[in-house]
Design a protein around this ligand. Sequence first.
Ligand code: SF4
Length: 377
Amino acid sequence: MLHGYDLATFRKRLLGWFRQFRRDLPWRRTNDPYRIWLSEIMLQQTRVAVAIPYYERFLERFPDIQTLAAAPQEEVLRLWSGLGYYSRASNLQKAAQQIVGRHGGQFPAREEEVLALPGIGNYTAAAILSIAFGEKRAVLDGNVARVLARLGALRGELRTSQRCQRLQQNANSYLDPQSPGDWNQAMMELGATLCTPKSPRCLLCPVSQFCEARKLGIAESLPEKRKKRATVEVTLAVGVFTDGNGRTFLLPPPVNSEERASADHVPTLVSRMWHFPAVSVTGDPAAKLRAYLRKLRCGAGKGNLRLIRAGKVRHAVTYRDITVLPYRIEVKKLPHVSGAKQVPLVAVSSLPVSNLTRKVARAALLAEPRAREKGER
Ligand code: SF4
């Protein structure tokens, strides 16, 4: 750990570097806690370059907490559509509604009140409080953890609770109390631009003289790799109904987690947003899909549904490797399914749906009549 003169020099170098070389990002031009909060939520699972246009479009439509709180959820999801991890968007709106209800629409400045908001954990709270309110809270995210592990040449798995505590203590002790917001951003910027997971650019690093891993020549091998979770392969059969006018229907997302948990026939991978009827399969996919459609009362019981394979779609979500088998089902009249909405198949991609649903819609549209006849089950 650094103390006294070394600590002061370390802080001065890192802050000086950050203020000279930081990237000009839209959320760095404001102290508005709403905008900083939004950027932190978007950046949780998304790269900066991808997040920027979403951030700008979102703020154009929802310029403040009140507008976001009052918007239809479907519109919030539509503007999030393509970013994935949609619980982030619904939590964001729920938190906005709580801020309007409990805090008069003003983002709270007290830590316990911030942490009580849905979707906000220690990292996000520390980022908002330090950047927007100048509170002395050190952030610890993946980038900062990597920088700290290398600075102190810490070996072993970083995600154990003991190691996290140690890293948080280190982050707290480095924090510049005069400029906590800039300091946190400087640490994250160092991790994002120079102290990268592969090939850290130590020659350009403003604090290389304080880095134990660089001195030992082990920077690139830290943090030590954790054991990878084995990939799980999942196969889904998805039914895409179309009537003579090219219309299809989508099922609504379950309204709460209980409904999600009980809906074992509707894989949660596709059901957080509007989706085609889908079922996980192991054996005969068409038979399993027919049985599911029968439960949904889509007319499969009468034995008059023709399921036509529309190619194959691959999709990956975290450790899951998903094979999707779309089936186009042409009917004279779409079945009436409770809560479903009917839309033109060509318009599905512009609705608030997941990327997986978009891929399925595209595959169903692309299926050539002859190819479909061939793949008929
Ligand atoms: Fe990271 Fe290299 Fe700087 Fe150490 S010297 S903090 S490993 S970039």
